[in-house]
Design a protein around this ligand. Structure first.
Ligand SMILES: *Cc1c(COP(=O)(O)O)cnc(C)c1O
Length: 228
């Protein structure tokens, strides 16, 4: 298997090529390395190769890796479902929550964000019709949730996240791009998080500003862990 360093370079080249093909500045697209199921030693290898942002789906698994790395060495994004009984530790330990889909969870995260930390960056997860994931808010409910979240002082609403199902047609991505475009100015969005190992080119062509890439960086996952 190729090294993490080489894989990161290859992914970065795919991002750059896709951005250029779409007439976009490659610097507009952030790479989030999705390290779920992979050990902290691989996260450390990616960090040493210059990767700064990491995504995890399960809170407990993420905490173990955070403890294994130097404090503040990297930025941690929660990209998996968040239940309200886990908000306190998430508010204390993560830099971003990309999977926000409820006002109740948003209120708890804001109340529980420790004083002295910067506001928690959040994305609203949108469930475009037919998405494989059952999580996320329906497109017609996103603006109302954004209005509520914007009012919370310890959260910083940055944009939208979505997980189009494998093989989703281009129209699904365009729907997200248009929703993001309609809300961007009003809410001050700067982040549209769509695209994974298999669909990053399509996502970037449709305006993604953050791709979440696991397999193409770390290789195949051994097994899927149960939802934490
Ligand atoms: C696992 C996961 C990814 C990464 O998927 P790959 O296909 O391995 O690149 C991205 N986003 C979310 C929400 C995930 O759960």
């Amino acid at each position: 298997m190729r090294s993490i360093h080489d894989n990161l370079q290859a992914v970065r080249q795919r991002i750059d090529a896709a951005a250029k093909a779409a007439g976009r500045d490659p610097g507009e697209v952030v790479l989030l390395a999705v390290s779920k199921t992979h050990p902290a030693v691989l996260v450390e290898q990616a960090r040493a190769a210059g990767q700064r942002s990491f995504g995890e789906n399960y809170v407990q698994e993420a905490l173990e890796k955070m403890d294994a790395l130097a404090p503040g060495a990297v930025e941690w994004h929660l990209i998996g479902p968040l239940q309200s009984n886990k908000t306190r530790v998430v508010a204390a330990r993560f830099d971003w929550v990309q999977s926000l889909d409820s006002e109740k969870v948003a209120r708890r995260l804001s109340e529980q964000r420790p004083a002295g930390l910067a506001p928690l960056n959040v994305l609203l997860q949108v469930n475009v019709s037919g998405e494989a994931s059952k999580n996320g808010v329906a497109p017609r409910e996103v603006a109302a949730l954004a209005t509520a979240v914007r009012a919370l002082r310890n959260l910083r609403l940055r944009g939208l996240m979505a997980i189009p199902e494998p093989g989703a047609g281009r129209a699904r991505y365009r729907e997200l791009r248009e929703l993001y475009g309609r809300m961007k100015n009003e809410f001050g969005f700067d982040t549209l998080s769509i695209g994974m190992s298999d669909d990053m080119e399509t996502a970037i062509a449709e305006g993604s500003t953050m791709v979440r890439v696991g397999t193409a960086i770390f290789g195949a996952r051994q097994k899927v862990r149960p939802a934490a």
